[in-house]
Design a protein around this ligand. Structure first.
Ligand SMILES: N[C@@H](CCC(=O)N[C@@H](CS)C(=O)NCC(=O)O)C(=O)O
Length: 284
């Protein structure tokens, strides 16, 4: 999806030449895009938007993407948002020595579209499990001042209100067990579909790595990190372990220090408390 020029208030990006990615290391949607860029060997100029420091709520960033989320691709001054749209755009518009990561066959392209829509529809569930079981709320929650800024700055955008509402609920009540269970079940249903897809191939579609493997690798990695028992889907588990050996996949999903240590300590604390994702599922 392109942000129309007249909605881009941050004028400097309009003169950027080449491929620029505005992203954050720990953002699942950014990870997807970076893996495709690396796998296709596409050179890009990286602009880190530190979500933990609320840089996405700055007037500068909201002037680029009024929704206030990453990733954002700026290609020759044109602003693209929505990670799955960015994947498709990069695949068909940027020349690279690597083959396309989308299938050629029309029927297979239809399956890819449907599956990416499912993946995108689970994004808030993914956030629920991330913020519920990976990140300590005290560190992740946003202040009312930040949320107010997010609400008020930049060109009007219908999705921005939903983002702010999500974070406001989280600041008020964290992740209630009922919501965690619903998000777990939504993912379990999606993983059952993926498990079926792996009956006849080692890839999610066709006989080679595609954008579908990239997108769902990010989801499965995040869920596993939240404590989801991936081994409940044996083929998906093996597929995940195989992909995790690829350098681009490993590099782009690794938490940097000190986040890794904080997450490990927090998960230990949750185990001692008996409030891990498995505990919450078992008590429902
Ligand atoms: N559907 C969008 C979702 C983008 C999105 O929610 N990005 C997250 C990171 S994965 C973000 O920027 N969140 C900022 C925040 O929630 O504070 C996409 O696929 O690009």
């Amino acid at each position: 999806m392109i942000i129309p020029d007249e909605q881009v208030d941050t004028e400097d990006v309009k003169s950027w030449k080449g491929v620029h990615l505005l992203h954050f290391q720990g953002s699942s949607c950014s990870q997807k895009v970076r893996i495709l860029l690396r796998e296709r060997g596409i050179e890009f100029i990286s602009h880190e938007i530190d979500l933990a420091a609320d840089k996405h709520v700055s007037p500068w960033f909201l002037g680029v993407n009024p929704r206030g989320v990453v990733p954002v691709l700026v290609h020759d001054g044109v602003v693209h948002v929505e990670s799955n749209d960015i994947l498709e755009y990069l695949d068909s518009n940027i020349v690279s020595a690597a083959p396309s990561f989308f299938p050629v066959d029309e029927a297979e392209r239809g399956i890819v579209k449907q599956s990416l829509e499912l993946e995108n529809s689970l994004h808030m569930d993914l956030r629920t499990l991330t913020m519920g079981f990976i990140m300590p709320r005290r560190l992740a929650q946003k202040s009312e001042k930040t949320l107010q800024r997010w609400e008020d700055e930049g060109a009007s955008n219908p999705k921005r209100a939903l983002e702010v509402e999500w974070w406001r609920d989280y600041a008020l009540e964290g992740i209630p067990a009922e919501r965690a269970r619903a998000s777990f079940k939504a993912h379990r249903d999606a993983f059952a579909i993926l498990e079926d897809r792996l009956v006849s191939s080692e890839w999610l579609i066709g006989d080679r790595l595609t954008v579908l493997d990239i997108a769902w690798f990010i989801t499965t990695t995040r869920l596993r990190n939240a404590g989801y028992p991936l081994a409940d889907h044996p083929r998906l588990h093996v597929w995940h372990k195989r992909l995790a050996h690829r350098p681009a996949f490993r590099k782009e999903t690794r938490d940097a220090f000190p986040v890794r240590s904080i997450v490990m300590l927090y998960q230990l604390f949750r185990r001692v408390q008996g409030t891990t994702l498995r505990d919450v599922m078992a008590s429902g």
